[in-house]
Ligand binder design. Sequence first.
Ligand SMILES: [Zn+2]
Length: 106
Amino acid sequence: MECKNFEHLIPDFVGRKMDFRTLKEFCSHMEVCEECKEELVIQFLVTEGMQRLEDGDAFDLQNELQIRLNEAELSLRRHKKWRKLFICLGIMAILAVVGIVLWFVL
Ligand SMILES: [Zn+2]
């Protein structure tokens, strides 16, 4: 992912409107690019901060961003685990079909 794309996607991340593939690329870019990470922090603080001021809530945004990032990481990990499970189930289904076919043939 390019820095330009990353910046463009920040509002989607803040609004939790990102699909898994994009989220994965987004997070991997953030890990290697300090500038984009800073940009994300700034945009998050501004966007969420404005909202909170309007709502009049007390806030600890730095902490919330961390929570949001943890959430993203967790959901990515969960997604990966599900995908693995589906691949395993797929392989098992194929083996089952092969087994049934062999059972009929032999
Ligand atoms: Zn970057």
